[in-house]
Design a binder for this molecule. Sequence first.
Ligand code: PMP
Length: 362
Amino acid sequence: KKLAGEKISSLIPYQPGKPIKELERELGVKEAIKLASNENPLGVSKKVIQAVTEALHEMNRYPLGDAFYLRQELSRFLDVPPHQIIFGTGSNEIIELAIRTFVKEGEHVLSYAPSFSVYGIIAQAAGSFCKWVPTKDRFKVDFNKLKEAVENSTRIVFLANPNNPTGVYFSEEELVDFLNYIPKETIVILDEAYVEYVDAPDFPDSLKLLKKYPNLIIMRTFSKAYGLAGFRIGYAIGHPDAIDMLNRVRQPFNVNMVAQIAAIAALEDREFVRNSIKINREGKAYLYKQFKELGLDYIETQANFILVNVGDGKDVFDRLLKEGVIVRFLGPTLKEYIRVSIGTPQENEVFITKLKKILNKG
Ligand code: PMP
């Protein structure tokens, strides 16, 4: 502890879930349902499995350090020049790269709360910290408070849109107003991990804003709608100079070959992505309806999960777990809520049946 120092020993680690097989054994249930990590309930695209299986024969080689083929493919898909893209071992690695690249001694990062806890963990591990600004009514981002919080030493503002764990989004108008306000020396990282699920018409067309705002970086992932969470691959798009700086800090072979091949196949399998979005939209409508019938207040979501007020979040979480349904309890600041990932129709139904039983509304 002493050798790591106070900044590290006081870090509260990210809590990974137990392996599902262990839980099933402990609980004595045949098949637990995991709706806890906002994963894709459709599994992995068959095309991905095929491509990856073939690629295994070349795993004696180092991966392409510049993700050459994936970069070309994504560049075409997004209509963004290849040198404006960087890949990471999940978008988590991009968060770390950005903090290590841009946040110098005495500087910090800024975000709104509740949001993605990893911003704070990585900032602290790097010897800095994250300043959190509270949200408004129903977890809407309070841009006035964010503006007030920006200091000369605020190097990065992380804005998850849609947000995790609330599913709430902010509009293009709000974003542009904020970008116009903040100094060009402050980088805005738009974390769009769930962008594929969005259907709000006023959601920012963020790629279009890149030309005008060189301090804007957009971060996305293959972990959600593309179904590749286990492969660990995400990316960021930004000004060529910003991407160049991030690349200098990046480890040469950060993204393994299987992940690169998986991402190319996933990008090509548009039908899988379309199905993922469709099943999510239908699951969302079903869960909204059920929550309404149960008289439960939920937060409207643009992502693949819903934050729902169940009264005593920890108690309902524990009791669902005993029934073999794993959701997420988010701690004392959101103690009335659980966050449930939208699953397959069957998973959603089981979740609702168990929830009704627990709330004595069955
Ligand atoms: N940002 C947000 C808002 C997230 O919810 C997640 C995943 N939980 C990530 C980033 C990281 O995703 P990954 O590292 O799998 O790309």
